[in-house]
Every structure is written in structure tokens, then in C-alpha cells.
Design a protein around this ligand. Structure first.
Ligand SMILES: [Zn+2]
Ligand SMILES: [Zn+2]
Ligand SMILES: [Zn+2]
Ligand SMILES: [Zn+2]
Ligand SMILES: [Zn+2]
Ligand SMILES: [Zn+2]
Ligand SMILES: [Zn+2]
Length: 322
């Protein structure tokens, strides 16, 4: 009796316990995890604020927190989706006084949004963050991406670039672009600005996956995120917070190439998106300009190289035969 068989009949595909759907777009709900008799979508878990651990290369899940999921399902069964009206809505609006809940796949129809960064907050149609601009599209303005007309004002479906303020596009179109460009190449289709653009689009619910563009290469595991995970810049600009980082682009966390015990988001230290190495102030202040010299110093006097050096080895691969 230890291994019970799945009860679902063979004709019926098992559904996600948090959204009740089987046939949803992977772009919307993420990967599908099965464990014991539970099937659940990656993003349904994340936006229900249930945390789970992953192991590189990020395709393997360590173990679903089954108790937390069961508890959330019970809670959700008391809540009606503000979009489709059915029960089992596991995602709740982050606005304090708001009681609205929804299913992740219903979000778009109901003009609700979820933020794919930081605390992964979600908002109902009333409380979703909105773009602020006085501009409205001129009559006859077309979406820069699909070339079809946009609405006559800012709305859930009609968005504008916050930088050049004259690039208008549909939410669905910029979302598709974000999925194929990935965080490394996501930018305004007109002025090509990528910092403010990235920040504003993710705030209003555009999902910008941390990967190289789909036309280049596939998702790779970045081992630097395994170690120190904190931006130590004097002023951290990442809206998700110092503890969070993206795997590519302006909000990728770089570790000090000498001590690996200090980190910074690229943007917080004014580094370009192509900068791959960086040294913390403590290490850079020693004036060790060549890689060889650094490794000698690091090996001989680790404590003096960086006050926060904690003995972890780093960059051994760069040292040549001695
Ligand atoms: Zn789901
Ligand atoms: Zn619903
Ligand atoms: Zn709300
Ligand atoms: Zn469009
Ligand atoms: Zn622009
Ligand atoms: Zn930062
Ligand atoms: Zn350092």
C-alpha cells in the first residue's frame, strides 16, 4: 500500500492543483511538475508564493513542498476567481486591503498582472501598476511590432516606451518579444533603451526570462549565482531588492573576480551588459592590475586582499602552470 496508483482516469489529463488546468501555454504557467499524486505548474507555485528549491541545471526540482501546496489548495478552495468566477483561485492581489484572487491562466482575460521578479507579487485589474505618462498615441498609431492599430490611450493592452515615449505597442506583442529576446537583449523596439525599459515592463507584468535570445543559444546555468547572492553596491537600484538577481542583463549579479565575497548588480556599479568581470572596492584598491599578480597575492595574503574574504577558492582555472 505504500505506492498508490494515480486515480485520474486514463482519458482525463491530470490538472494543476493550483489553477485547475491541464492545457495551458508553457509561456504562461511555466514547467509542469509531478510528484506523488500532485501536478502543479511552476509559475502557479511561484505566484501562490510557495517556495521550492531547484538544482542546476535548473530543470530538476529537488522536491515539491507538498504540505504547503495542500494547505494552499484548501485556502484557494474558499476563494472565487475574480475573472472566471470559479473556486480554487490561488493567487491573491498584493494590495493590502484587496481580497481579489484569480487563477494564473485567467489573469490576462481579467487584466490582472503578475511580476516575474523579486517578491513575485500579483495585482488585480484595479490595483495593477500602471504606466504614467501624459502622452496618448496620435490618431492612427500602429503597434511597432505587429503594425496593427493600438488603442487610443494607455491601457492594459496598449503600452508605451517610458524613455522615448513615442514607441507604442500591444502588451501581447511586447510579451512575445521579451520571451524571444530574453533579458540579455530585451529593449525598446524603437529607441533601444534597455535599463528603464526593462524595469518598467517587468513592473507592469511583462515576463522577461533570464536567458540569451532564442535566436542565439539556449538557457545556460550560471554557476556564479550559486555562491554569494547579494548586491553590495552602496546604493542598490534593483527594484527586486539586493537579495535578488536576474541571470542575464543589467540585473545580473557579478561577483568580485578576486575575492568572490562581494557582489554587485551590473547596473548598480554602472557596468555595461557585456561586462563580465568586476572587482570590489577592497580588491580594486590594492592596484593589482594583472591577473597573474592578483592570483599570487590572493594565494599569499587572502585576508589583506579583501576584508570579507572567507576562504572560498575562486578562479583557480585562470592560473597557468607554474
Ligand atoms: Zn497551474
Ligand atoms: Zn479563473
Ligand atoms: Zn486588488
Ligand atoms: Zn502589436
Ligand atoms: Zn523607446
Ligand atoms: Zn544592486
Ligand atoms: Zn573583492
Amino acid at each position: 500500500m505504500s505506492e498508490r496508483k494515480r486515480k485520474a482516469s486514463s482519458t482525463e489529463e491530470p490538472v494543476c492543483v493550483l489553477c485547475g488546468r491541464a492545457d495551458v501555454d508553457r509561456d504562461i504557467c511555466g514547467r509542469t511538475f509531478d510528484e506523488s499524486e500532485i501536478r502543479v505548474h511552476e509559475f502557479c507555485l511561484i505566484f501562490a508564493n510557495i517556495y521550492f528549491e531547484e538544482r542546476p541545471p535548473w530543470e530538476e526540482i529537488v522536491g515539491l513542498p507538498l504540505d504547503a501546496i495542500t494547505c494552499k489548495v484548501k485556502q484557494a478552495n474558499q476563494k472565487q476567481c475574480c475573472v472566471c468566477g470559479e473556486r480554487g483561485a490561488a493567487i491573491t492581489c498584493a494590495e493590502r486591503s484587496c481580497e481579489r484572487s484569480f487563477h494564473l491562466p485567467c489573469a490576462r482575460d481579467g487584466e490582472c498582472i503578475s511580476q516575474y521578479f523579486g517578491k513575485h507579487r500579483s495585482f488585480c485589474f484595479e490595483h495593477r501598476p500602471r504606466q504614467v505618462t501624459q502622452e496618448a498615441p496620435a490618431e492612427g498609431t500602429n503597434c511597432l511590432i505587429c503594425l496593427e492599430p493600438v488603442g487610443d490611450s494607455l491601457s492594459y493592452h496598449t503600452l508605451v516606451c517610458p524613455v522615448c515615449k513615442h514607441a507604442w505597442f500591444h502588451r501581447g506583442c511586447i510579451q512575445q518579444q521579451a520571451l524571444s529576446a530574453g533579458s540579455a537583449c530585451f529593449q525598446c523596439p524603437s529607441c533601444r533603451e534597455n535599463i528603464l525599459f526593462y524595469q518598467e515592463m517587468s513592473t507592469i507584468g511583462i515576463q522577461i526570462p533570464d536567458r540569451r535570445p532564442s535566436w542565439e543559444a539556449n538557457d545556460e546555468y550560471d554557476p556564479s549565482l550559486e555562491r554569494h547572492r547579494h548586491c553590495d553596491a552602496s546604493e542598490c537600484l534593483y527594484h527586486g531588492g539586493r537579495e535578488y538577481a536576474e541571470r542575464r542583463g543589467p540585473w545580473q549579479l557579478l561577483l568580485c573576480s578576486s575575492c568572490a565575497a562581494e557582489g554587485t548588480h551590473r547596473q548598480c556599479s554602472h557596468l555595461s551588459n557585456t561586462t563580465a568581470t568586476w572587482e570590489c572596492d577592497g580588491c580594486a584598491g590594492l592596484g593589482t592590475s594583472t591577473g597573474k599578480r592578483q592570483s599570487v597575492l590572493r594565494a599569499a595574503l587572502p585576508e589583506s586582499v579583501c576584508p570579507k574574504w572567507d576562504g572560498r577558492s575562486h578562479c583557480g582555472a585562470t592560473a597557468s602552470d607554474s
